[in-house]
Design a protein around this ligand. Structure first.
Ligand code: HEM
Length: 181
């Protein structure tokens, strides 16, 4: 997978826990102390999973807590800077998520050798969205944290939970009113 995901994990651990905890995380993951991820690199999926385990072990967090922390940091701290342009149009978590599948498709045209997840959308009520996740990977566990992070960015705190590969989101706000004629 693209180095942007482990690069974000590295930034999270260094900013939250410090450089020494990053070195300990690498050691616990069985990786060289000199490992330094660039966003452009290609990193083996197994290495990313080992890193999630290593970060957890070194910082006394369960893997699910690491994924939650990663997702929140990705959507509210890292991506708004690195991928600023994607945050310009959407005004809410709802709007961002409804554009997410198209956004990932657009990235396939820009980045070489990416295997991005795809989403289909199902409404179970005016404010209850189900996003069905499909990917060659099984990283749906990253999604609740990423959605929560969008809620932090947009300040609209949706509820989110997983049922298998279905991500349930309940929005607090009403859908945007149509623009006046
Ligand atoms: C500006 C925002 C975003 C950008 C630019 C972006 C881009 C990317 C990129 C480059 C990857 C690595 C894929 C690869 O190397 O093959 C990735 C993976 C992923 N993205 Fe996004 N993404 C964004 C937001 C989100 C959000 C908000 C979610 C979920 C709510 C999401 C869900 C995922 C998941 C689950 C993966 C892990 C890989 C997989 O499951 O196959 N992304 N994304």
């Amino acid at each position: 997978m693209k180095g942007t995901v482990p690069n974000c994990m590295q930034s999270l651990v260094i900013h939250r826990f410090g450089e020494s905890q990053w070195k300990r995380s690498l050691a616990a993951a069985g990786l060289a102390a000199s490992t330094d991820y660039s966003a452009q690199a290609d990193v083996d999926d197994g290495e990313v999973l080992a890193l999630i385990r290593g970060i957890g072990e070194a910082n006394s967090l369960a893997p699910a807590e690491v994924m939650q922390a990663f997702g929140k940091y990705w959507s509210s701290v890292y991506a708004p800077v690195i991928y600023q342009s994607f945050y310009e149009a959407p005004k809410s978590t709802r709007e961002f998520l409804l554009g997410l599948d198209a956004m990932h498709i657009a990235l396939t045209r820009i980045l070489k050798d990416v295997q991005l997840p795809r989403f289909t959308y199902e409404w179970q009520g005016e404010n209850h969205l189900v996003m069905h996740y499909r990917s060659i990977r099984n990283m749906v566990g990253l999604m609740p944290g990423m959605v929560t992070g969008l809620g932090i960015h947009f300040g609209d705190a949706p509820k989110v939970w997983l049922e298998g590969n279905a991500v349930h989101i309940v929005f607090n706000e009403s859908p945007a009113a149509p623009a006046p004629l």
